[in-house]
Design a protein around this ligand. Sequence first.
Ligand SMILES: [Zn+2]
Length: 108
Amino acid sequence: MRLRVLDDGAWISVNDQREVSVSELWRVAATDFCSCDLVDFVVENFQTVGVNGQTVEVVVYGQCIACGATGEIEWLPVGRVIEDEFTVFDQSAVRRTWESRKPEINSG
Ligand SMILES: [Zn+2]
């Protein structure tokens, strides 16, 4: 599986297909990002992509639109790969960082 960050962090490409773009609004349960219980996180830039078992995860930079905090969140899930088919997570899903172990980074 080929995972890449394209266009200076604007896209995640999976097997040479552009699958996930910035400007999405994600709901993130990230206790240390800001004081909100559930962060309304606008994705501004993908930093790194990796795979953790069947889960494709990213390091992202963005902003909480509720309180204005900005910064990076490490390893949020963006989708799942089953038998080489990528399925993107629903935007309304609540994403968590703390279940994640550190994924393998595929720089190819
Ligand atoms: Zn916030």
